[in-house]
Write a protein that binds this ligand. Structure first.
Ligand code: LLP
Length: 421
């Protein structure tokens, strides 16, 4: 459930008509709902109630500071994958003790920054990284708390580009070598082992791959404890999927996920960390765009919007589906006809949907892309020198622009001409 509903014939974000925001901010823009973010975060809290746990929001999915502050105020930790993300979490007021640092290619500078400013743990992805981290920590007179991200060789049965837990994927250390790498970790002066980490992929719509991976992690935890390691924390990553098509998708709920975690890991006496991104932010955001043209082609019609692949790349990059609905409820009720929904960018890949049944729309009409909160704004670019679109946050009947649209001068003046020109 989210808080984007038709009221009085117009799509609202909570108590604010999206048409009001469009009139003041202009299109296209992203709009997020505080109540939805809060609700999704609480669903995870309730699902893990009774277990010692920390929910670390994967800020790669939606990293605006206003969002991080909203979730941080609810007690969320943050999962970061770069110094930039660490600094965002910090700027949003989240203490280092609630920040975990993931990622397969951390630099020495990033390690040093996090060690200096405070870190809950590094999720280390290779023996090579472990040695570098030990050196960096020792040079600072610090000891780095770590988990090793283990690759359990489980197929998450999700999109090829976002599956991360098979042995051919670049992530983690093979579970078959984990014990020897833990043994090395225990000998390194700058390292303190605190737990085990696993993340097998994103947009999982079945609990079975999670359960297969967590079962392997439970066995590994027992083996590592028998080897003499202190395993007090399990980081289970993120990955729980969301319904992108309202009509026919029913992915497992956080409650089911939490019950499974309790069943598989409940007797281990460990603190559980999870790193959900999409489930918290995905359906907490929409992208609002205007219809520019209705173009009649050979055997197909095109609905040309003012939003493009640079604003929301998921359809072009993963063939992802986003429901697209009119802001005016009366239009939504009209008989649908198939159209190709496209943006103005100069490549055919700039297509949001092909032969999508849509009600008749006219230039100037407004539409919303649903489920656009996760991996939307954060993956946008200025391709075709199109300014990054604004982000707006709604809370009840209030809204605020949390990232303004840059001016063309701001964009163009970032370029520096060399002296010889
Ligand atoms: N933890 C780690 C280590 C991750 O790599 C990810 C996502 C997450 C947590 C959060 O996963 P989530 O709960 O959001 O599924 N751009 C793609 C998704 C990439 C996911 C990358 N890693 C998309 O638009 O579908």
């Amino acid at each position: 459930m989210d808080h984007f509903l038709y009221r009085n014939g117009v799509l609202h974000a909570e108590d604010v008509p999206l048409t009001d925001i469009a009139a003041t901010v202009g299109t296209p823009f992203y709009c997020y709902s505080t109540a939805t973010l809060t609700r999704h975060f609480r669903l995870f809290q309730e699902a893990l109630a009774g277990m010692d746990h920390l929910i670390c929001f994967a800020i790669k999915s939606l990293s605006n500071q206003a969002i991080l502050r909203t979730l941080g105020n609810l007690g969320a930790g943050m999962d970061v994958v770069s110094e930039g993300e660490y600094r965002r979490a910090q700027a949003a007021g989240v203490p280092g003790a609630r920040i975990v640092f993931s990622g397969v290619g951390k630099t020495r500078a990033e390690m040093a920054y996090a060690l200096t400013h405070g870190i809950r743990q590094f999720n280390v992805e290779s023996a090579e990284e472990l040695r570098v981290l030990s050196e960096v920590a020792s040079s600072l007179g610090a000891v780095a708390p770590i988990t090793l991200r283990v690759n359990p060789d489980v197929d998450a049965k999700t999109h090829e580009k976002i599956a991360t837990g098979r042995k051919e994927d670049k992530f983690g250390v093979p579970i078959t070598h984990a014990r020897e790498i833990y043994a090395e970790a225990a000998r390194l002066p700058g390292i303190e082992v605190v737990g085990v980490d696993v993340h097998i992929g994103s947009q999982l719509t079945d609990l079975a791959p999670f359960e297969a991976a967590f079962t392997k992690i439970a066995d590994l935890t027992r083996a590592l404890r028998a080897d003499g390691h202190t395993i007090r924390r399990l980081d289970l990553g993120g990955g729980l999927g969301i319904p992108y098509t309202r009509s026919n998708e029913t992915p497992p709920l956080p409650t089911d996920y939490g019950a499974m975690i309790k069943r598989v890991l409940g007797d281990l006496d460990v603190e559980i960390e999870i790193e959900p991104g999409r489930l918290i932010s995905g359906n907490a955001g929409v992208l609002v765009a205007s219809v520019l043209y209705l173009k009649q082609g050979e055997g197909r019609d095109f609905l040309i919007l003012d939003a493009a692949m640079n604003d929301l790349i998921r359809p072009a990059m993963y063939g992802a589906h986003h429901d697209i609905i009119p802001l005016q409820e009366a239009q939504a009720a009209a008989a649908p006809q198939p159209v190709d929904i496209v943006g103005p960018v100069c490549e055919s890949g700039d297509t949001f949907a092909k032969a999508r049944p849509m009600p008749a729309l006219a230039p100037g009409d407004l539409v919303a892309f649903r489920s656009a909160g996760a991996y939307g704004a954060v993956m946008s670019s200025e391709y075709n020198t199109r300014p990054l679109i604004p982000e707006v946050l709604v809370k009840d009947d209030q809204y605020a622009v949390i990232r303004p649209r840059p001016s063309f001068d701001e964009i163009i003046n970032r370029d520096k001409l060399p002296e010889w020109l």
